[in-house]
Design a protein around this ligand. Structure first.
Ligand code: DX5
Ligand code: ZN
Length: 217
């Protein structure tokens, strides 16, 4: 279903070649580029920060979708906004003041996203839907690519009903494959993040598999 956007996660790309990887995956049909920021504290892994985001920004023609798996968040928002993030998504579990964080993201000039870990109920975002542009439903416990999908269709459907006619995206992140994508889209998701399922079998010098993988989702 191509009204659904596919957002490849560069966590599964070649870290020595982000610029070329982004250009290759966009040429192969990526709708957004998903950028996973990890702090070794909120999640048990490290990736990269705002400096890397600023460096890759000129290679992104589409949408730069930054997923912050960090805590605390607020002191870093301006840095990611200045790096050129279109969306900045923070976790509802990352601190006591997610409402303030979402307001600060919008004040910095970016679109605001709120992410939910698999164990967090849909109701956690009920009072945030008027101040956000995206809800990210994690279908793995965040921290690593290539994990097994956790089915959460009833949570996605509950969110879609709660959102109603607001212009808020539902993004699914973790374990998305051609096998798992359909249940998410049927439940109301409109953005699918995929890392390993997009980058598997391809490379900068052999990018055609990226396109085949994107079309298969
Ligand atoms: C998980 C990240 C995801 C991840 C997706 O912590 O937020 O974006 O890279 O990778 P796959 O699609 O391989 O599960
Ligand atoms: Zn992510």
């Amino acid at each position: 279903d191509r009204s659904v956007k596919i957002a490849p996660s560069i966590l599964s790309a070649d870290f020595a070649n982000f610029g070329a990887e982004i250009e290759a995956v966009e040429a192969q049909g990526a709708d957004w580029i998903h950028v996973d920021v990890m702090d070794g504290h909120f999640v048990p892994n490290l990736s990269f920060g705002a400096t890397t985001c600023a460096a890759i920004r000129p290679h992104i023609k589409t949408v730069m979708d930054v997923h912050l798996m960090i805590s605390p968040v607020d002191a870093y928002i301006d840095g990611f906004a200045q790096a050129g993030a279109d969306f900045i998504t923070a976790h509802v579990e990352a601190g006591p003041h997610i409402h303030r964080t979402l307001q600060a993201i919008r004040a910095a000039g970016a679109k605001a996203g709120v992410a939910l870990n698999p164990g967090t109920p849909a109701s956690a975002v009920e009072h945030l839907l008027d101040i956000c542009d995206l809800v990210c439903v994690m279908t793995v416990n965040p921290g690593f690519g290539g994990q097994k999908f956790i089915p959460l269709a009833s949570k996605i459907a509950k969110l879609r009903a709660m959102i109603g006619d607001r212009p808020v995206h539902i993004e699914i992140d973790g374990g998305v494959t051609p096998q798992t994508a359909k249940s998410c889209v049927d439940a109301g998701a409109d953005v699918l993040v995929a890392g390993s399922a997009v980058f598997k079998g391809g490379s900068v010098s052999n990018p055609a598999p990226y396109g085949e993988n994107i079309r298969a989702i």
